[in-house]
Write a protein that binds this ligand. Structure first.
Ligand code: NDP
Ligand code: GDR
Length: 343
């Protein structure tokens, strides 16, 4: 039985990856942080499943604590380590830049070096990101050869993670790979990322529990896929004979405004836009009610305007392809939030 460690197992991707590895027969070890309240709802179904008592384990730990990481690697002796833990919110990284560097950047070398020093034959996956590209004009669709130009403390921290992973691969002949993943979403997405913020608001507005939704930059374009498809790609990256770097994306890009329109369409609301920039507003065409406005509070000090990924290498070498379309993703998320409200 293969043993895997997942850092960030309580997050969106960690939970889907844990589901996948359990399904594939792995022994799964997740690293969780201590919180004053319990934050394990995305993986409780695994922890509470009695049939998984000898195959699913949670350990307290933190990417800022090398002692803890060394002890866990020594005890568990994993075959595969998926490093998904990070302060992953781009806007928040401007508020906590040093902490983001510690966790999202330096955290990678802590874990990587512990694995290297252990001498184990262990594969390492680093959760790299399309934020590395930053969207230099004229470079989309972005692929593995597109130059990097991160535009946030988060992106800069991830740049360090990307390069140190590559450096350990080349210096010590380690199996250390980067998945350069474009945005991927799901009903388990954190509530402050734009897609989930929109789908929760749409569900509440449709149920009469909220009047309107306030957003930042409606013109930003993202390549949005479904998280379930992307964790399958992570696993495939780790099943290769040789390490490498792979873009996972849908090869489509859409504006935040399009996401809003599609989400409202799921509940039968047609949005009509009026005004421009900070005065832009979205009205329900049928009732004339204001449903969306722009609040500069959500603008970022620097913005990535266009992300659009080319996954040709992953499709060719990993046989990976996203299954869920943009429209299906939006529908899945709105319907899930409607269900959640009913509960
Ligand atoms: P989430 O924000 O949902 O999850 C992040 C996870 O990291 C949580 O489990 C969190 O724990 C944990 N974590 C944060 N800080 C630490 C720390 N210091 N030590 C240990 N664990 C910590 O992110 P996603 O699941 O969306 O993303 C997974 C990874 O992929 C992240 O590294 C992200 O940057 C990267 N990524 C994500 C993309 C996306 O579109 N989702 C695209 C490209 C890359 P807690 O629950 O305690 O907060
Ligand atoms: P992103 O995701 O920054 O791409 O990082 P997010 O959903 O936060 O933003 C996407 C775009 O939407 C614009 N936007 C808003 N964003 C938020 N959060 N809230 C708003 O109200 C809002 N209004 C407009 C943003 O300006 C941005 O352009 C995600 C994270 O998962 C990272 O960890 C990951 O590396 C990248 O995706 C790929």
């Amino acid at each position: 039985m293969k043993k895997a460690i997942i850092t960030g197992i309580t997050g969106q991707d960690g939970s889907y990856l844990a589901d996948l590895l359990i399904e594939k027969g792995y022994e799964v070890h997740g690293i969780i942080r201590r919180h004053s309240t319990i934050c394990t709802e995305r993986i409780d179904h695994l922890f509470n499943d009695d049939t998984l008592r000898d195959r699913f384990f949670m350990h307290y730990g933190d990417l800022t604590d090398s002692c803890n990481l060394a002890s866990l690697i020594r005890q568990i002796k994993p075959d595969e380590v998926y490093n998904l833990a990070a302060q992953s919110h781009v806007a928040v990284s401007f508020e906590v830049p040093e902490y983001t560097a510690e966790t999202t950047g330096v955290g990678v070398i802590r874990l990587l070096d512990v694995i290297h020093q252990s001498g184990l034959d262990c594969k390492f996956y680093q959760a790299s990101t399309s934020e590395l590209f930053g969207g230099i004009p004229g470079t989309a669709p972005q692929d593995e050869d597109t130059p990097f130009y991160p535009k946030s403390p988060y992106g800069v921290a991830k740049l360090y993670g990307y390069w140190i992973t590559k450096n350990y691969r080349e210096s010590y002949d380690m199996f250390a790979s980067n998945g350069i993943l474009f945005n991927h979403e799901s009903p388990r997405r954190g509530e402050t990322f734009v897609t989930r913020k929109i789908t929760i608001a749409v569900a509440k507005i449709a149920s009469g529990l909220q009047e309107k939704l306030s957003l930042g930059n409606l013109n930003a374009k993202r390549d949005w896929g479904f998280a379930g498809d992307y964790v399958e790609g992570m696993w495939r990256i780790m099943q290769q004979d040789k390490p490498g770097d792979y873009v996972l994306a849908t090869n489509e890009t859409h504006t935040v405004r399009e996401f809003v329109e599609k989400a409202f369409a799921v509940v039968g609301v047609d949005i009509e836009w009026q005004g421009e920039g900070v005065s832009e507003k979205g009205y329900d065409k049928a009732t004339g009610k204001l449903r969306v406005d722009v609040n500069p509070r959500y603008f970022r000090p620097a913005e990535v305007e266009l992300l659009w990924g080319n996954p040709a290498k992953a499709e060719r070498d990993l046989g990976w392809k996203r299954k869920v379309s943009f429209t299906q993703l939006v529908e899945m998320m709105v319907r899930a939030d409607m269900e959640l409200l009913k509960k």
